[in-house]
Unconditional design. Structure first.
Length: 351
């Protein structure tokens, strides 16, 4: 069943056509299967139909299945393999530094702390292999990311859609923000330096993009993102060119939000120092205002309870049996403050 039926539109965002060039210099691979515009996202919608969210992505070029038999046989591609690969990272609480800034390996970008994310979606033609590779290389992300089994193509060939259970994302909020990244799907299952993301090289070849970083030492920080949703305040070119090899920093991406959405800060922020099956140690203590039985939130949605509080450290216990499996060292932690004390950060969509 396709997702052509219309539901209630919860979120809608448009992006300019003709900006499928990454930071400004990226050019398509030379092979004719890379049809102009198939990585150029122009519209993004979130709808609700019954107990599912439908994510619709409109592109500037006509998208179709890869029909070249030699690639299907050589790389064991399914008949419904599509070249576009989309990552969606959702900031669900709009709280500064609450959630993750790490993205899936191979994008070569991170998310700005203002837009730190709690849940993600991967739109991929290889759901099984993608899920398997993610569980091995980035297990901390696995339970936060949903990978639909099916991608639907609209009759006009320019829109793809996926369905995501409401149960996975929870009730929609107008405060949600979305980081939407468009890459090209890599054929080979043997690529080891990314999770099925095609590289942007300095010079275009039959199967790789050109226009990327020429310095081999800097290449590992050069984004492999072809297009994304951007606002007038934080342009695509500005964000994707913001990496720094010397500081070992990826380019950072802001989410897009509905007009009027405001980020909430917190005066108490810290990180995980150590984690075990029963306890977690954070670098905040009584000097930061932590008290016994306080609720502390790790990475946006994992709640722990303060038990032993020292001046600069707190030992806390997990509230969920398997929550400890999702926690790793250096994850952000916070103690929420009252609304009137929280700082406000301008919406990235504001001019």
């Amino acid at each position: 069943m396709g997702y052509h039926l219309s539901g209630e539109i919860l979120f809608e965002y448009t992006d300019p056509a003709g900006d499928d060039y990454g930071a400004g210099q990226v050019v398509y691979p030379e092979n004719p299967m890379f049809v102009e515009g198939i990585f150029d996202i122009t519209s993004f919608k979130v709808e609700q139909i019954d107990n599912n969210y439908i994510f619709r992505m409109q592109f500037n070029g006509k998208i179709d299945y890869v029909e070249h038999a030699e690639f299907q046989y050589s790389y064991h591609l399914p008949d419904d393999f599509l070249l576009p690969l989309v990552h969606i990272y959702i900031d669900q609480d709009h709280v500064f530094s609450s959630g993750l800034i790490e993205t899936i390996e191979g994008t070569n970008v991170a998310v700005e702390p203002e837009s730190a994310w709690e849940r993600g979606i991967v739109v991929t033609s290889l759901p099984g292999p993608y899920r398997g590779r993610l569980s091995i290389r980035q297990p901390v992300l696995e339970n936060r990311i949903y990978i639909p089994e099916k991608i639907d193509i609209a009759k006009n060939k320019k829109e793809i859609s996926v369905s995501v259970p409401l149960q996975f994302l929870g009730q929609f909020s107008s405060e949600w923000g979305f980081v939407v990244l468009v890459m090209s799907h890599e054929f080979s299952l043997s690529i080891t330096n990314s999770i099925y993301i095609r590289e942007v090289n300095s010079t275009a070849t039959q199967f790789n993009f050109g226009g990327g970083e020429k310095n081999i030492l800097t290449k590992e920080y050069d984004p492999n993102v072809i297009d994304l949703l951007a606002s007038s305040r934080n342009t695509q070119e500005q964000m994707l060119s913001g990496y720094d090899r010397e500081k070992k920093e990826f380019a950072r991406i802001f989410a897009v939000y509905q007009p009027g959405a405001k980020a909430t800060g917190t005066t108490v922020q810290g990180i995980v120092k150590q984690v075990s099956e029963e306890k977690v140690i954070i670098n905040l203590g009584s000097e930061a205002g932590i008290k016994k039985k306080d609720k502390i939130i790790i990475a946006g949605d994992i709640i722990v309870i303060a038990e032993d509080v020292f001046p600069e450290l707190t030992i806390a216990s997990f509230t969920g049996v398997d929550d400890w499996k999702q926690v790793q060292q250096d994850m952000p932690v916070r103690l929420m403050v009252e609304e009137q004390d929280a700082m406000e950060i301008n919406d990235p969509g504001d001019k």
